[in-house]
Ligand binder design. Structure first.
Ligand code: GLU
Length: 256
């Protein structure tokens, strides 16, 4: 079974921009184990800008485009260096693929991307995908890695997309502000009522937020791919998700 796992900046780094070593080590260990069990795994990883901030000692997330792109260029190196080091402990080789919207929209480039990932999977390599933040400008930008991960899952015919975030799943209200907020464990159809939940609290949810996660769910489920939102603070939840246990929120893929 082919799965796409997306991990957000909040899981990989502290708010300082420094690496969250515990989360990253645990993530690489679990993903290696999942690969050992026979799954084909594609990782979509954020964190380039966040880690660049840490390395360049920037106090806040850069607003200026050139500085943000420079931070991404620095941080992407740090990110891949860390993945390479950690995955090699479990005998896995990593490969970096950086995409822009243009690569997705152009049929030749998109076919090349799909062909490359297939070959990497055949070679037993762990493909790690991010947006090419250092060259993407407003016209070319995919904008967030939730959407990017859903496009990747769709293009590669994945059966399951897992978004590891700093929130447990989709709630009936913002759980950080409303103690009565309830986790919605299963979404069979993305109705206007479900969409309204995200538009209320999207901007408060950190990187990406619930709006982009619901957009990702629409793209993935329309392609027949299930999508799960789960908390990345304990990457071992991946085992429970793959065992079909109820974790976070699952959006069921439409039957094709
Ligand atoms: N591509 C961005 C980065 O690596 C993250 C985008 C997102 O968090 O959705 O920093």
């Amino acid at each position: 079974m082919r799965i796409v796992v997306k991990v957000g900046t909040s899981t990989l780094t502290y708010s300082t921009g420094n690496l969250n070593i515990r989360h990253m080590e645990e993530l690489c260990k679990v993903l290696s184990d999942v690969k050992n069990a026979g799954y084909e795994v594609i990782l979509v990883s954020s964190g380039a800008v966040g880690m660049g901030m840490g390395k360049l000692a920037l106090k806040s997330r850069p607003q200026e485009l050139a500085l943000k792109q420079a931070a991404a260029a620095v941080g992407q190196c740090e990110l891949m260096y860390t993945y390479d080091k950690l995955f090699s402990e479990y005998n896995y080789t990593v490969a970096q693929i950086l995409l822009t919207a243009e690569d997705i929209n152009d049929s030749v480039r998109s076919e090349n991307f799909i062909g490359t990932v297939h070959k990497l999977l055949e070679l037993g390599v762990m493909p790690i995908i991010n947006e090419n933040d250092s060259v993407a400008t407003s016209e070319l930008v995919i904008g967030d890695n939730d959407t990017l991960a859903s496009i990747v899952a769709k293009s590669l015919g994945a059966k399951l997309l897992i978004l590891l975030s700093d929130i447990d799943g989709l709630y009936t209200a913002d759980p950080r502000r409303d103690p009565n907020a309830k986790l919605i464990s299963r979404v069979e159809k993305i109705t206007p009522q479900i969409e309204a939940l995200a538009s209320e609290n999207g901007s408060k949810m950190g990187t990406g937020g619930m709006v982009t996660k619901l957009r990702a769910a629409s793209i993935a489920t329309a392609a027949g791919c299930d999508m799960v939102i789960a908390n990345g603070k304990n990457p071992a939840v991946l085992y429970d998700i793959l065992d079909g246990k109820p974790v976070g929120t699952i959006f069921l893929g439409e039957n094709k």
